[in-house]
Design a protein around this ligand. Sequence first.
Ligand code: OMP
Length: 308
Amino acid sequence: AEDGIRDRSPSRGLGDVYKRQEFYYTNIRMNFLEKINNRFLRTNSHLCIGLDPDPQKIPEPFGKTPDQIFHFLEEVIEATSEYALALKPNLAYFEALGLEGIRLFEKVLKTIPEDIPVIADAKRGDIGPSSKKYAYALLEQFGCDAITVNPYMGYDSIKPFLNYKDKGIFILCLTSNSGANDFQVPNLYLQVAEKVREWNVHSNLGLVVGATHPERVLAIREKSGPMPFLIPGIGAQGGALEKTLEAVQDGTRVPCLINASRSILYPEKSLVFNEFKETQEFSSKDCISSSRHAAHELHQEIRNCLKN
Ligand code: OMP
């Protein structure tokens, strides 16, 4: 392709289905953790940008057709990549658009620079043979670097994912929603953290820990030991960034990924966005500047919390 960043050679050997190339650095293939660490060295960022394309929310100047949504995502990715430790497309938003959505997912993956780790937010988990297919679909066919997985069905449902030693597997531990209190609290989330530590024989596991329970993060860390935490729930869900980061810092150099989706894609509340809105020429460029501004602000806020 003419522009280096989007130059993606097609997959090796999987028929006509697109597969992201594995990322090589000085000819050594990186596993997920190495890829994250490498990305961190380049960006100094803990921000994971969530890609949740909702046609109802895509800014007007872009439009709502799959091509227009693609254009929007492509621009957001490009404008915010400086602050992106990782990107996390949520499959629900793509699947909700039907076949076109799956094509959109594939197209978006192609547009993401190889050195940005992609976490497929799919929250999969089923009996072993079915989990095996889920893992194959997202980690091989689509070539994502990591996936979110639901541990409710136990070890044999997780095992097919664990076997992908070079990929990152984020297991739901304590989710950010209010329903986390129905089953996960008071004990199950700690059992999950303990089990995941036991299962982490390939050092490829991490936990999903919502930022809406800062008071429980320390206990999770004690059970899990050092492993990456994927932390959603800040921004639109009102999670406590500073308190969560305080608890997650345990002196080890284990990456934590702070996810924000809506507050970056559609930062209606940002000052910049409102300023633009008041002007007559509210353009697609303004929307993208606003997303970039939101990513920059959040990146700074995270860095400031980590300094304290
Ligand atoms: P925002 O609230 O818009 O930042 O989006 C949060 C994203 O993280 C959504 O894609 C959610 O599906 C996802 N998420 C949670 O909000 N809570 C969780 O406990 C786990 C996840 C996730 O696995 O990413």
